[in-house]
Design a protein around this ligand. Structure first.
Ligand code: LMR
Length: 396
């Protein structure tokens, strides 16, 4: 049966984690997979999550099925978090949210649903985009097309080229946008640029699809939601895949959501029913545990405030590291080559290194990053920062 299948190379991101774990160099540094790390290089369980876990275990009375749409408290909480409790699309009952197994599950269910609605529809993704977007969306049958986004020379947005490309995208196509903390480049749209994207979306009539995997890790919860809320207040239809992996630190529990905004409540009911049917045919129902904890936190204002504070701490640490890294590079190189790092948001930035330089960092210094030279800024700490900066400068 399987003789036609060939061995695959390791996943470009997850393969790094496996290689790092096998490396016995005591100075090894993991700047690969996008997980938050503290000063000790540990990915902690948030205190608010531990408390929700204790309460959940004490109160849970059954393990019976919840259903394809998942935990209703979670669905409501996430929808309010993303769009704002009083968003007009919510009050008009044009929004529906379905719990999914991680942001990946949400992306895939959306892709299957879209392919059901319009087989082979084109979806435009940014150049570059997260490597896993291509299989998650393309393997469901959507046709992947690319619009310009990141300019490696200026380490900034190719704004004009992006807008020109969007101006040519027809109605019936989809455009995938990173809501905040762009993965892999860290370059986000400003509010004015989101306004422009919204204008073009309205003029052209394509359907926006926002991937919101890092909400709250850029500038702040409301600031990071600016683009998605702007679109939701203007366009007739919107798709949002969100993840709680990073902002709640519940990576392995697989907690995400798919929010669908339609033109009318009746259409929303139809499409929501279809989405649940897609989920039923793929995994039947999402796992409950992680979403139950997030739902519990989001329905309790005290727990939500505790979470917001912990999220703020993670965000401030990442943004602080961005500034410190740029300062160290500036001092070491006597150049502003890396001054772009604090202008970017979220976990990731490209260092602008060649694949050979990235390989040397791995082979000679046990410093792991994606071949594109994407680093996870959160993997830097006070104890490894000089080592990382010196090593990078030595391979330039
Ligand atoms: C990343 O980009 O490193 C994360 O989103 C983890 C993953 O699954 O790739």
């Amino acid at each position: 049966m399987f003789e036609t299948l060939k061995a695959l190379n390791p996943d470009p991101i997850l393969g790094l984690l496996a290689a790092y774990r096998q490396d016995t160099n005591p100075r090894r540094v993991d700047l690969g997979v996008g997980v938050y790390k503290d000063e000790q290089g540990h990915t902690p369980i948030l205190e608010c999550v531990k408390q929700a876990d204790a309460a959940h275990r004490a109160e849970e009375t059954t393990k019976t099925y919840v259903g394809p749409a998942g935990d209703p408290d979670f669905d409501t909480g996430i929808e309010q978090l993303i769009f704002g409790a009083d968003h007009a699309a919510r009050t008009a009952r044009r929004l529906r949210t379905l719990q999914a197994p991680g942001g990946c599950g949400a992306l895939r269910i959306a892709a299957e649903l879209l392919n059901r609605a319009k087989a082979g529809a084109a979806i435009w993704v940014s150049d570059p985009t997260w490597a896993n977007h291509v299989p998650l969306l393309g393997d469901a049958g959507l046709e992947i097309k690319v619009y310009p986004y990141y300019d490696g020379a200026s380490q900034a947005l190719k704004a004009n080229a992006m807008f020109e490309a969007l101006e040519k995208i027809p109605a019936g196509d989809l455009v995938l946008l990173h809501g905040c903390c762009h993965n892999p480049c860290g370059v986000d749209l400003s509010p004015a640029e989101w306004d422009q994207v919204t204008d073009i979306t309205l003029r052209r009539g394509f359907t926006p699809f926002v991937d919101l995997a890092y909400l709250g890790l850029g500038i702040g919860l409301d600031e990071d939601a600016y683009g998605v809320r702007k679109l939701a207040s203007a366009v007739p239809e919107l798709i949002v895949a969100s993840s709680c992996s990073k902002n709640f630190g519940v990576y392995r529990e697989r907690v995400g959501a798919l929010s669908l905004m339609l033109e009318t409540p009746e259409q929303a009911d139809v499409v929501f029913g279809q989405a649940q049917n897609v989920a039923r045919g793929v995994y039947s129902m999402p796992p409950n545990y992680g979403a139950a904890l997030v739902g519990r936190i989001l329905r309790d204002p005290t727990a939500t405030a505790a979470w917001t504070a912990e999220l703020g701490f993670m965000r401030d640490r990442i943004n602080g590291l961005r500034s410190q890294l740029a300062d160290k590079f500036r001092t070491k190189l006597n150049s502003n080559r890396f001054d772009f790092i604090p202008n970017q948001r979220g976990m990731f930035s490209f260092l602008g290194l060649s694949k050979e330089q990235v390989q040397r960092l791995k082979a000679e210094y046990s410093i792991y990053m994606v071949d594109s030279s994407r680093i996870n800024v959160a993997g830097v700490s006070q104890s490894n920062m000089d080592y990382v900066v010196d090593a990078v400068c030595s391979v330039l």
